[in-house]
Design a protein around this ligand. Structure first.
Ligand code: SF4
Length: 496
């Protein structure tokens, strides 16, 4: 019998954190597994398919979740491919991406392995320098650069004109092409071609089970703000992808996506991949108006990036989404206005979450009976022990007042943070009173190899003048435990 290998031009693999996680016997797979594909992956895959290339998307942690004995090497044995793209967007995949590259190269030494995503963009030079299984890195926004890369590889052409590309040439020299591509619009891209993903149905179901979110829906690109630990803010995106401004998709396109998702999969809610702030309130109201006209039975999870979030927005959110499976979230990180003011001065004048406006949010969440999540943390820059005590008191008061009844929908959430590459605090830690504990990509990759995947976030890469890594973790754990009642009694078990 003749056995034909299935052929692809491009195999996209979402890597795991570690190849064989120790989930202990019968332990459930957990949130730290990072099951999500970065939002742009479907659009990249769809574009290449439209251009006539054979494309497949494989989600490594998902496959392993579905079958504990699943092995990438076995999957690769049955296919042939020219280029393998690995997303290294979130730094948590720093070890997994390198390990997957090794497996791919061993299985198919003639293939090219290319990385993309924010973290790969930030560390492009170090990755090419230290890891020879990686042939190239696409920096910044990837759809056109990856298309051109695959075209050049198929035709055996020079790579010197591929935008945003860093690569090793035939003499093993690292070449860095200019960062010239950033998308002007996203309306020509399709973010919902799920047919290219292996086990797409299970992806949606498992994402909800493990990560609490079914699907991150792309709304736009860019962010006008600069939160201290975020690697996706305005200045970080300028460095990583050359993006100068925010672009938003046409609301009609979002409606098409929600239709496509709800027609194909049974999912309880959509997480919107862009937040609200004064400049986008009109946009959100228009989108909500269009959603109301449709017959979707779907909840919405929306972040408030900057205040105010006026009462008419609450009203629009209330009319658009059922109570069950819907939420609003805000991340002041601490209730200390002294800390907010210091950060506002250092990196972002809009970083302002006045107590009065937070209280208004709480009031409106109760009025409209919609879940409001307030995210705090221990370990934010300039926080003192007194600030932490006050945050504990705020959290406990919320718990006592709203935590015992399912009719009062306030949830205090918290976890330790990671200072992401490219973020304001990562670029100037001393200004923020921080000391970073990992200073090169190999160190980071080793760190994620060793850090156990746990329910409670533990990949802390810094200490502050007031808190060591250990005290950041322990104090966050304590805050989490003291507010867990509110998390258990609000949100998804409610109906209108
Ligand atoms: S955390 Fe801050 S900087 Fe990052 S995307 Fe959200 S609002 Fe923008």
């Amino acid at each position: 019998m003749v056995f034909y290998l299935k052929k692809y031009d491009l195999l996209l693999i979402h890597p795991p954190r570690v190849l064989r996680p120790d989930y202990r016997k019968n332990a459930k797979f957990i949130r730290g597994t990072f099951l999500f594909l970065p939002m742009g992956v479907f659009a990249i895959a769809d574009l290449l398919e439209k251009e006539g290339f054979g494309v497949k998307i494989l989600n490594y942690p998902l496959e392993q979740y579905l079958n504990r004995n699943w092995k990438l090497t076995n999957f690769l044995k049955n296919i042939d491919f020219k280029v393998c793209g690995l997303d290294l967007h979130w730094i948590h995949n720093a070890h997994g991406a390198i390990e997957v590259a090794k497996i791919v190269k061993k299985a198919n030494p003639n293939s090219k392995v290319v990385l993309g995503g924010y973290s790969a963009s930030y560390y492009h030079y170090q990755i090419l320098k230290y890891y020879e299984d990686i042939d190239a890195i696409i920096r910044g926004e990837g759809e056109i650069p990856l298309l051109k890369y695959v075209q050049c590889i198929k035709k055996n052409q020079s790579l010197e004109n591929v935008p945003n590309l860093s690569y090793r040439d035939s003499s093993k020299h690292i070449k860095i092409n200019s960062l010239t591509y950033t998308a002007k619009t996203l309306d020509n891209l399709n973010f919902t071609n799920f047919s290219l993903l292996e086990n797409a149905k299970q992806y949606f179901e498992s994402s909800r089970q493990m990560m609490g979110i079914s699907f991150n829906l792309p709304i736009g690109r860019g962010c006008p703000f600069n939160c201290p630990y975020c690697g996706g803010g305005q200045r970080a995106q300028k460095i990583l992808s050359g993006r100068e401004n925010v672009i938003l998709r046409k609301p009609e396109k979002i409606i098409d996506d929600i239709s496509s998702i709800s027609n194909n999969f049974k999912i309880p809610s959509i997480f919107f991949g862009h937040g609200t702030y004064p400049a986008t309130l009109k946009y959100w109201k228009r989108l909500f108006g269009l959603i109301q006209k449709e017959d979707f039975d779907i909840g919405g999870d929306l972040e408030i990036w900057r205040l105010p979030f006026p009462k008419d927005m609450w009203n629009a959110f209330y009319k658009t989404f059922p109570r069950r499976y819907s939420s609003l979230s805000i991340s002041p990180r601490t209730m200390s206005s002294r800390v907010h003011q210091k950060i506002a001065k250092l990196c972002d004048p809009t970083f302002n979450f006045p107590k009065k406006q937070i209280n208004d949010l709480i009031k409106n969440a109760n009025l409209y009976r919609r879940t409001l999540r307030i995210w705090l943390t221990v370990g934010f820059p300039f926080q003192t022990h007194l600030d932490i005590q006050k945050d504990f008191i705020f959290a406990l008061k919320c718990q006592l007042k709203y935590g015992k009844s399912s009719s009062k929908p306030i949830t205090i959430m918290n976890e330790p943070y990671h200072v992401f590459p490219g973020s304001p605090a990562h670029e100037s830690p001393e200004k923020f009173g921080l000391k970073l504990t990992l200073n090169s990509f190999p160190q980071i990759s080793e760190f994620f190899k060793r850090t156990k995947i746990s329910f409670f976030y533990n990949a802390i890469n810094y200490e502050t003048s007031n808190f060591s890594k250990m005290s950041i973790r322990n104090a966050n754990m304590l805050l989490f435990l003291s507010t867990i009642l509110t998390s258990l009694t609000t949100g998804s078990n409610l109906s209108d």
